[in-house]
Design a protein around this ligand. Structure first.
Ligand code: ADP
Ligand code: ASP
Ligand code: MG
Length: 419
């Protein structure tokens, strides 16, 4: 069982979580629980780091931001004990959850389950703070924002759990964020592949890596609500009845259930950078993107315009691309330092952009998905600033203010609105 930030926000909610865990224990399950920090807490801690220094040391950032989960894991263990359920916390370094040393976005290598197995066999609920791990050198790491989902799937995989239930503040995965489009429809099943794509383009209901890991390890994942029934969970459907959305293999979804488009996602956490008049010569783009890659910054959408001849001299071109907004300051710093090597004229950036994506395995065999997207947005006067595609996805970059409108009109255009 994994409980997200809203589910853990305050002692009342944590008591409610404890009661829900107790119900599953009483139904005969051995339970490991992974918890997030209280809603808003990680943002607050990240804010302190930025305030202390915009170019903060990521290893120390990890020390700071992993603290939120330490608090909630201890509190849940206390709340469980208070209602007669034996429980104890296992911090990332205690299990341990081993990761590489890519601070702030570390990858889990292995989880030692000896202690966990013993704890569960002894009839104890193991409470594990999500998001955190430890390097071989003993330093704290975190798994990237939303990483508690990945912690949960990793624990489930390591323990060969029957299922990984991700409890959150919505009762499943919808055709789009139900907070933006009230007419979004809940999906009973989504394939790993589609969920992976949806998550990677901004459907933050599951962290992308958690879906990739579940797919690789064959973990059965369910997304469900921790807010159903009474505060103590009475009347809420038991997780075994699968009230939420199951993330499953392709073979478990039959053709009758297939739609051309599975879902639409948006992402406001990207920033656009444009370098003007980059010399049009071999190696020019490498001189931009290699240093960013070396700094661990993931570039997403890229557009390079055709070369123009300026003042009759050498050809040059504008290069526009997006990076995670959280990496903007660092990106600008890297590009400023590389200015002489790259040879650009000006560097401009814009954080008021949003990426809108439509996802569905059906588009492999259907033409016109992208055309529908451009036509629909064009008809509403929404300008497309950049485009990227994959086999099962089309993404566009637009003005952030038009996010909600774009998602809504596309949801209707692809026939996804609930009746
Ligand atoms: P938690 O704190 O439990 O991890 P998150 O805020 O990370 O919760 O994820 C849940 C949120 O994901 C929902 O409140 C919802 O607004 C958002 N969301 C975005 N896209 C979708 C979608 N397609 N289906 C369901 N929820 C979505
Ligand atoms: N607390 C972390 C975050 O807000 C991890 C998580 O909640 O999944 O990103
Ligand atoms: Mg989350």
């Amino acid at each position: 069982m994994k409980f997200g930030g809203t589910s853990m926000a305050g002692i009342e909610r944590i008591r409610s979580v404890a009661a829900r865990v107790k119900r599953e224990v009483e139904a005969g399950h051995e339970v490991a629980v992974v918890v997030s920090a209280m809603a808003g807490e990680t943002d607050r801690l990240v804010g302190f780091c930025r305030e202390a220094s915009p170019l903060y040391d990521r290893a120390e950032y990890d020390v700071v931001v992993s603290a939120g989960e330490q608090v909630t894991s201890g509190l849940l263990a206390i709340a469980l004990q208070a209602i007669g359920v034996p429980a104890r916390s296992w911090l990332g370094w205690q299990l341990p959850v081993r990761t590489d040393d890519a601070h702030a976005k570390a990858r889990i290598g292995a989880i030692d389950t000896a202690a966990l197995d013993a704890s569960l066999s002894a009839g104890e609920v193991a409470v594990i703070p999500g998001f955190q791990g430890v390097t071989d050198g003993g330093r704290s790491t975190t798994l990237g924002r939303g990483g508690s989902d990945t912690s949960a799937v990793a624990v489930a995989a390591a323990m060969r759990a029957e299922r990984c239930d991700i409890y959150t503040d919505v009762d499943g995965v919808y055709t789009t964020d139900p907070r933006i489009v009230p007419r979004a429809r809940k999906l009973a099943k989504v394939t790993y592949e589609e969920m992976l794509e949806l998550a990677s383009v901004g459907a933050k209901v599951l962290q992308t890596r958690s879906v990739g890991l579940a797919m690789k390890e064959g973990v059965r994942v369910q997304v469900l609500s921790s807010f159903t029934g009474a505060p103590d969970g009475e009347g809420a459907p038991m997780a075994d009845t699968l009230p939420g959305t199951m993330i499953v293999g392709e073979e478990e979804v039959d053709d009758m259930e297939r739609q051309l488009i599975t879902g639409i996602a948006h992402d406001k956490n990207e920033a656009k950078i444009t370098l003007t008049q980059v010399p049009d010569r071999p190696g020019a783009v490498a001189s931009i993107f290699a240093p960013l890659a070396d700094t661990g910054i993931n570039v997403d959408m890229i557009i390079q315009n055709v070369a123009h001849i300026h003042d009759g001299a050498t050809g040059s071109t504008d290069v526009t691309f997006t990076v995670p907004a959280a990496d903007l300051a660092r990106s600008l710093d890297v590009l400023e330092q590389g200015r002489a090597a790259i040879g650009y004229e000006r560097m401009v950036h814009d954080t008021r952009v949003a990426k809108i994506s439509v996802v569905g395995v059906g588009m492999r065999s259907h033409a016109g998905v992208a055309a529908t997207m451009f036509t629909t947005l064009g008809a509403r006067g929404i300008n497309v600033q950049a485009i990227s595609t994959s086999e099962i996805k089309v993404s566009v970059l637009i003005d952030e203010d038009e996010t909600e409108l774009a998602v809504r009109v596309l949801h209707t255009a692809y026939g996804l609105d609930a009746a």
